[in-house]
Write a protein that binds this ligand. Structure first.
Ligand code: ADP
Ligand code: MG
Length: 475
């Protein structure tokens, strides 16, 4: 699937130029074409080392441009004329693997015919086996499925020269340690290993000691630009906590909010409470199947869902843009996690014009955690009483858009332009009323202004897309 959640580029325009690196003119040209005018800080810190052939442990927050940092290094190691797997990228989830694959393809355009293959669990084996028979230069996948292929002998790594562990912290969180180790053991000893991570838990040190050779470490300060994120703290009793989230939403009326809970149960409870209050809330959790997960993410990104409730594990690594607010329903015991959570908001504006809110709900028991966060981030928390939260005018908070699902996607060769054309030219809707269009393999999701959603559905039922009648429904 196309990544439903895409960030604006990180602010790197003032950073050092890619031309300082030993990259081919074609690569530099391609970077310019992609609008990568300057390196982001993590790229500036890690690329010179990686391109010099060092193993690397690199840590920087989500959205900082880590993919290109390892992608340019592995592409530099690649011989396009040798048609064998030369680079392997391990990712924690299929979504992240797809995001990495897309970025790799964009960056690989400088060279002719570099084949990138995604191998993830949850997908059927047969097409993967067929693709592997055709061969690939780069494989991106999840540890379990890669191991499957290694054990079957369908994936061979004799020609491998670069191994990348992306989102290593999250892979460890998800219990992939042994699978990662098993995959790494099957890689040639002569190789470059690059480990990327958003945080640096203890397990990372162990993993790198086992599989990296004299790695260079690159860590970027986690502190987000304070001016862009406005933090407010509210003291709550336990029995007020979930209700307080609804109060925040009604008062501030953010269009898109990501609410973090420390436990799965709390995620579930919060969604139930918010829905009972009339909010469009969805939960992102590990038990969703891939299709459900894709749908939730698409609908959140296209502004058909007001609140996405997630645990840190479920949300980490997602490339999410346009968040007006983050709510810490609990205070994280780990200041780095807090920073990571609030770093999700307030990064859509150029020049700091679009600030984001970060709200934190803390019980008396959690004051010690708040203190630890204040110390780590060197700031003084600003507290507001819950009673200051009064519903703003405008009636219940509804998402501005609604999602229409059309049966049929890439398999049917549907493209976003086909759908937009059908809705605007053939059916007479205004372009401004149509939002994001995501074309997946078998489905297409169109965000339309809430007011016109029923009319869109009606017209689609009697009209055609790409000359064919289609089935559609409201999500
Ligand atoms: P991370 O892996 O650190 O979470 P990504 O690699 O997903 O971050 O990058 C986030 C976004 O920034 C992507 O949309 C990517 O295309 C874009 N990006 C990366 N590097 C640059 C750059 N140097 N200039 C402009 N945009 C960039
Ligand atoms: Mg990443």
């Amino acid at each position: 699937m196309n990544s439903p959640l895409t960030s604006p580029p990180p602010k790197g325009a003032s950073g050092p130029s890619f031309s300082e690196l030993p990259l081919s003119p074609a690569t530099l040209e391609n970077l310019a074409r992609l609008g990568y005018d300057a390196m982001t800080p993590i790229q500036a810190a890690s690329l010179p080392l990686a391109l010099a052939g060092h193993d690397l442990i690199a840590q920087a927050r989500t959205g900082s441009g880590k993919t290109a940092a390892f992608a340019l290094a592995l592409l530099a190691n690649l011989n396009p004329r040798r048609f064998a797997v030369q680079a392997l990228v391990l990712c924690p989830t299929r979504e992240l693997a797809e995001q990495v694959t897309q970025e790799l393809r964009r960056l690989a355009r400088a060279e002719d015919h570099i084949k990138v293959l995604t191998l993830c669990g949850g997908a059927t084996m047969r097409p993967q086996l067929a693709s592997l028979e055709h061969g690939a230069h780069i494989v991106v996948g999840t540890p379990g499925r890669l191991l499957d292929h290694l054990e079957r002998g369908s994936l061979k790594l004799d020609a491998l020269n670069t191994l990348v562990l992306d989102e290593a912290d999250r892979m460890l969180d998800m219990g992939f340690h042994d699978d990662i180790a098993a995959v790494a053991r099957q890689c040639p000893a002569q190789r470059q290993t690059l480990l990327f991570s958003a945080t640096y838990p203890e397990g990372i040190a162990k993993l790198s000691a086992a599989f990296l050779r004299q790695p260079k470490e690159v860590k970027l300060a986690e502190r987000p630009a304070a001016t862009q994120i406005r933090q407010r703290f509210y003291e709550v009793r336990e029995d007020e906590r979930l209700h307080a989230v609804g109060l925040l939403l009604a008062h501030y009326r953010p269009v898109s909010t990501l609410a973090f809970c420390n436990t799965k149960q709390q995620c579930r409870d919060l969604v139930a409470v918010l829905r009972a209050q009339g909010f469009a809330a969805e939960e992102l959790h590990g038990d969703l199947d891939q299709r459900e997960r894709d749908q939730v993410l698409v609908r959140f990104a296209n502004r058909s869902v007001s609140v996405l409730v997630a645990s840190d594990i479920a949300a980490r690594g997602l490339d999410i843009a346009q968040l007006e607010a983050v709510v810490n329903v609990d205070i994280s015991p780990d200041p780095a996690t807090h920073t990571h959570r609030i770093g999700r908001t307030g990064r859509m504006g150029e020049g700091g014009s679009a600030d984001g809110w970060a709200f934190s709900l803390a019980s008396l028991d959690e004051m010690g955690r708040v203190g630890a966060i204040e110390q780590a981030l060197a700031f003084a928390s600003e507290w507001q009483p819950l009673a200051s939260l009064v519903p703003a005018a405008g009636g219940p908070l509804l998402p501005p858009m609604q999602t229409v699902q059309i049966v049929g996607g890439r398999k049917e060769k549907i493209r976003p332009g086909d759908v937009l054309g059908a809705l605007t030219k053939d059916m007479g809707f205004a372009g401004a009323q149509i939002g994001k269009i995501n074309v997946n393999e078998f489905s297409t999701y169109v965000a339309v202004a809430r007011e016109i959603a029923p009319a869109v559905l009606k017209k689609l039922a009697s009209g055609k897309v790409k000359g064919k009648t289609v089935k559609a429904r409201l999500l």
